[in-house]
Ligand binder design. Structure first.
Ligand SMILES: NC(=O)c1ccc[n+]([C@@H]2O[C@H](COP(=O)([O-])OP(=O)(O)OC[C@H]3O[C@@H](n4cnc5c(N)ncnc54)[C@H](OP(=O)(O)O)[C@@H]3O)[C@@H](O)[C@H]2O)c1
Length: 281
């Protein structure tokens, strides 16, 4: 499992690198600034035609395309999640979790392939699982007991216009519901609050609307993109970002580029990391 290496194409010189440990080697926890905001990063797998989600084969709504999802990318997703203090998720994820189509985001407890990531977290003085920050305007989701077991904290970020009864119920269950915007959760308010709560590394595992609110307030520090070498077509679909034109556009510089020729029956994929350059980093 995961025997093959990948080829690092950037930075040069090109070199073979083991897949295992590739993103742990990015040492995201060390990029945290001593003062200032938490380090925020996100990750998507996309088809060559830009699809991160296509219609679910049996249920309403979209899902990550099975045609591009693969174990090698999933391993790197897990390595990113393992480095987080808190994972941003959404009302949509908790609804999917409740109807059985979503799983725990960091799978260190459920999947023996990721036992080393559990050991890595414990070695770094971290709890087994990152906390969860749930973004939702509707507040229309249950918080399953499985997600709040142990010392794990679930914090909810919502908007002023959210349903007051739902808000009170969630406050009772999770203890922490924050208003971070009038009609939309605002990225800067969200990340400032997460920083104030003591989180230093924040992994966004949600889709295009939440990525937009992070980009609109320029609080995303790093973007990981896997380009799966398949073209899917089809409609409807989701791409990495959804929302009004970003003005000015968000420029990101290439941090790392790897070719993985072994995935997807030889079609392969590119693993890329982009960094938002800021003077303080
Ligand atoms: N290929 C990949 O790597 C990848 C990665 C992530 C997601 N995806 C897929 O992409 C699709 C869409 O993902 P998603 O549903 O997580 O994405 P999303 O479009 O970012 O939105 C998720 C939820 O977040 C809440 N939300 C978003 N923006 C908000 C705002 N400004 N204020 C308050 N709440 C807000 C809403 O919750 P409420 O409805 O509760 O208000 C919304 O349903 C899914 O099929 C997912 O599986 C693919």
């Amino acid at each position: 499992m995961f025997h093959h290496s990948v080829t690092q194409l950037f930075p040069l010189p090109a070199a073979e690198r083991p897949l295992l440990g590739l993103y742990l080697g990015h040492q995201l926890r060390q990029l945290v600034r001593p003062t200032g905001r938490a380090f925020v990063y996100s990750n998507y797998i996309t088809s060559l035609d830009g699809r991160i989600a296509v219609p679910h084969p049996e249920k309403p709504g979209l899902t990550v395309p099975k045609q591009v999802a693969n174990d090698r990318d999933w391993r790197l997703f897990q390595e990113l999640a393992a480095q987080a203090d808190v994972i941003i998720t959404s009302g949509r994820y908790l609804r999917d979790y409740a109807d059985g189509r979503a799983q725990e985001i960091l799978q260190v407890a459920d999947d023996p392939r990721f036992a080393d990531l559990l050991a890595w977290r414990l070695d770094h003085g971290l709890p087994p699982l990152p906390d969860l920050a749930v973004i939702s305007g509707s507040l229309d989701f249950p918080v399953p007991a499985a997600l709040t077991e142990g010392q794990r904290r679930v914090v909810v970020f919502t908007v002023e216009s959210a349903d007051k009864t739902r808000r009170a119920a969630l406050e009772k269950q999770t203890g922490q519901v924050f208003v971070a915007g009038a009609e939309d959760v605002q990225g800067a308010l969200l990340v400032d609050k997460l920083t104030e709560l003591g989180y230093q590394t924040v992994y966004n595992a949600t889709g295009p609307k939440v990525l937009h609110l992070l980009l609109a307030d320029d609080v995303l520090d790093r973007l990981y993109l896997t380009f799966a070498h398949r073209i899917l077509g089809g409609d409807p679909f989701a791409t990495i970002v959804d929302g009004p034109l970003l003005t000015p556009p968000i420029g990101m510089t290439l941090q790392a580029l790897y070719l993985d020729p072994h995935a997807l029956e030889g079609a392969g994929q590119l693993f890329t990391a982009y960094q938002r350059l800021r003077p303080a980093l």
